[in-house]
Design a protein around this ligand. Structure first.
Ligand code: SF4
Length: 233
């Protein structure tokens, strides 16, 4: 099993990446032996699942990207419903590459990790932005760790507008207005819906709907869930 490593300064000792997010955690790259052909994909995913859990996810599961349902209408809904995040960041429509690019990515990326964070509904209602920030940070941490594990094309997706979550005091997203890169590259990630990812189907695919049915959670309304996605490739 690959160890999860924590270090005291802000530089990953294995990749020299500066990680200015709050977790200061990276994964030790696998040795040649660890990457041998007998190792299963599931076992290689295990440290990423563990990292998701230690970063704040309630659960994380590996799925096939073939099971991700993409709906071309979702980015338009952002506009039609006048979402206040629409057009305000590099991570939301119309500034993201959208469903067509997502389909291109999953032609070559076979596996993904789905994460969820369960919180009491009263917390989700009263502290939604804190919960959504945590979601962004969890998926970003897993994406960055996957890249350390040589999954260089990994990409993470969350939900909610990063403009509201990370740059509320800035008038503009500087990536949108062409005055620089994203201010929060280790934290903010694009919304799943901007790429057409059907989140309800994603939760079904992860098995969480079935789990909730078995446990009777549908009858209880006290827990809210937010979810995110990382393509591992
Ligand atoms: S600069 Fe701020 S608003 Fe723009 S993409 Fe980054 S986090 Fe989002």
């Amino acid at each position: 099993m690959l160890p999860v490593s924590t270090w005291m300064d802000a530089t990953c000792p294995f990749t020299s990446d500066i990680m200015d997010n709050i977790r200061l955690t990276c994964l030790q790259p696998p040795s040649t032996n660890e990457m041998n052909q007998t190792e299963t994909h599931e076992s290689r995913m295990k440290p990423l699942l563990e990292l998701a859990a230690s970063s704040g996810a309630t659960d994380a599961r590996v799925i096939s990207t073939r099971d991700i349902v993409i709906d071309d209408r979702l980015p338009d809904i952002c506009k039609q419903t006048a979402c206040e995040g629409y057009g305000r960041s590099k991570s939301c429509p119309p500034h993201v590459a959208g469903p067509s690019m997502f389909r291109e990515w999953i032609k070559t990326i076979q596996h993904a990790i789905v994460v969820k964070i369960d919180v009491p509904m009263e917390i989700l209602l009263s502290e939604r932005e804190d919960v959504m920030r945590l979601l962004h940070e969890v998926v970003a941490s897993v994406e960055l760790a996957a890249k350390q594990l040589r999954y260089a094309n990994s990409k993470a997706f969350a939900g909610g507008s990063c403009k509201q979550l990370f740059c509320p005091s800035h008038e503009d997203c500087r990536a949108v207005i062409g005055k620089g890169e994203c201010r929060n590259p280790h934290r903010a990630r694009p919304s799943m819906s901007g790429f057409g990812v059907n989140v309800a189907e994603l939760i079904n695919t992860a098995g969480w709907t079935e789990d909730a049915d078995k446990s009777g959670a549908h009858e209880r309304t006290s827990t809210g869930t937010v979810s995110g996605l990382i393509l591992i490739g």
